[in-house]
Design a protein around this ligand. Structure first.
Ligand SMILES: Cc1cc2nc3c(=O)[nH]c(=O)nc-3n(C[C@H](O)[C@H](O)[C@H](O)COP(=O)(O)OP(=O)(O)OC[C@H]3O[C@@H](n4cnc5c(N)ncnc54)[C@H](O)[C@@H]3O)c2cc1C
Length: 454
């Protein structure tokens, strides 16, 4: 064992919070040790948002090429070169990873340790032969795919979101366990690449967190593209037969199996017990509103604290911790408004509460819904699937939430999000002059249709 090395701060994990936090700490003249056991940039950069959205873009190009004739454009037969799709995705992901790695390694006041970091006490982290000590430790260890106990799974070569990144061929028939965000994004993209796709969802509808009408519209979009969706379909066993994977209970045979049944935090091998850091029953590190753990001097940021599951929530965690620690701020997790997108095509942009959540609060509220077939821009683009839905507080006039499923809606939803942060009346948007022709110009019209909900 080498001698102990002293730092002012240790950051474990280079996901979406760790690197920028490191930069802020080092910029405040603190000596920082950064520990990374895998590829720099973590999930988003290597196996999450960036590569999947690059692949979604390839899938969209294939889809539009096939629909060319609808627009009067003839291309001949469309074929997808999976090696080229893979190479494009890998290039985009690598550029991001390498940029981040170079940035961290070149940072003044920062020492980078490549290896598995494990707590040995409340101020001590071991990385192989190195023992690091600091009064402040920031955990940004993220998560990985949760693989449920399914009979026979260990005997079939199943895929997760991570190993999907190596797929540079076309699966003949992709079976997907899980009808939530990750399963749906992969399902639609591989259908568009040319695979047969079957999705198994144990619940009665896709995306149980969304409102039933939104789930139904998404189901319709996927089925219209030839994806088979099995609802109320819990898969308890799988079996290998030659090169095929069999799900006997449903009489189905596929060539490949993707397990997309949720995520779990990377906290099982972090030595948390050595420092008495508390977790919840599922292993997420327990934090307060400022992301402090129960142990003085240890913070947890990003997916591992269970307070968010997105790149933007992890980055926001960094802003909260850095602001409070170095900027004299008093930012809190509960100040942020839930927001995310589902990147099927067309995308779902979500902010605030769903209709079901608003109804559960029992407060007086108004709602408006408009199908995308009544949005001029969508008609012009030939992309009329989806719906716009918004809810406002009947007394304060503030917007409570929105589900925008339609072309461009991952962007459009931000006009609503910003007005929610401003705590302004919905009438500010309703009276604003918007640009024609856009999807956003229909938000004032939508707000003109608000009706009380019972
Ligand atoms: C398929 C997929 C698609 C996604 N798409 C989106 C999207 O479109 N938009 C969005 O906002 N979010 C998306 N997400 C979620 C997003 O990727 C994560 O929320 C985001 O990466 C935040 O992660 P993080 O900062 O908590 O840590 P991570 O990015 O998971 O990074 C954690 C890092 O810590 C390292 N590490 C772990 N344990 C140790 C240890 N003991 N010692 C040293 N290093 C360690 C890991 O190697 C990793 O590099 C997607 C996720 C998946 C899986």
């Amino acid at each position: 064992l080498k001698s102990k090395q002293q730092f002012d701060a240790i950051v474990i994990g280079t996901g979406q919070a760790g690197p920028t936090l490191t930069s802020r700490l080092a910029g405040a003249a603190l000596r920082v040790a950064v520990v990374e056991r895998g590829r720099f940039g973590g999930t988003c950069v290597n196996t999450g948002c960036i590569p999947t959205k690059a692949m979604v873009a390839s899938a969209y190009a294939a889809h539009l090429a096939r629909r060319g004739a609808e627009y009067g454009v003839h291309t001949g037969a469309v074929s997808v070169d999976m090696k080229a799709v893979h190479a494009r995705k890998a290039r985009i992901s690598a550029a991001s990873r390498e940029g981040l790695e170079g940035w961290l390694k070149g940072m003044a006041n920062v020492s980078v340790f490549e290896g598995h970091g494990r707590l040995e006490g409340p101020n001590t982290v071991r990385v192989g032969e190195d023992l690091l000590e600091a009064p402040r430790i920031f955990l940004n260890v993220g998560g990985r795919a949760f693989v449920p106990p399914i009979a026979g799974l260990e005997s079939v070569p199943f895929l997760t979101n991570a190993s999907m990144m190596d797929v540079d061929y076309l699966p003949e028939h992709l079976l997907i366990l899980g009808g939530s965000y990750i399963g749906l994004e992969f399902g639609q993209m591989f259908r568009r690449f040319g695979s047969q796709v079957t999705i198994f969802e144990p619940g009665p509808r896709l995306l149980s967190r969304e409102d039933a009408d939104v789930s139904a519209a998404i189901l319709e979009i996927l089925e219209a593209e030839g994806i088979e969706v099995r609802l109320n379909a819990r898969v308890d066993g799988v079996r290998r037969e030659g090169d095929s994977i069999l799900i006997d209970a449903f009489g189905l045979r596929g060539s490949h199996l993707l397990v997309a049944t949720g995520r779990r935090p990377n906290t099982d091998d972090l030595g948390l017990e050595r420092a008495d850091v508390a977790t919840d029953a599922r292993g997420y590190i327990t934090v307060d509103e400022e992301l402090r753990t129960n142990v003085e001097g240890i913070w947890a940021l990003g997916d591992c604290n269970g307070r968010g599951a997105f790149t933007h929530t992890s980055y926001n965690d960094y802003e909260i911790v850095a602001g409070n620690l170095l900027g004299g701020a008093s930012r809190r997790v509960s100040d942020r408004i839930p927001a995310y997108a589902l990147y099927i095509d067309p995308p779902l942009g979500r902010v605030g509460l769903s209709e079901a959540q608003v109804r559960a609060t029992g407060r007086p509220a108004k709602m408006a819904i408009r199908p995308m077939t009544r949005v001029g821009r969508a008609v012009e683009k030939g992309e009329t699937r989806g719906l716009l839905k918004i809810l406002v507080d009947g007394e304060t006039e503030q917007i409570l939430g929105a589900s925008l499923l339609g072309t461009g809606c991952d962007e459009v939803v931000h006009s609503i999000l910003d007005i929610m942060y401003a705590k302004a009346s919905y009438k500010v948007i309703q009276e604003a002059m918007h640009i024609h022709p856009t999807v956003s110009e229909l938000i004032p019209t939508l707000l003109g249709d608000l009706k009380w909900i019972a």
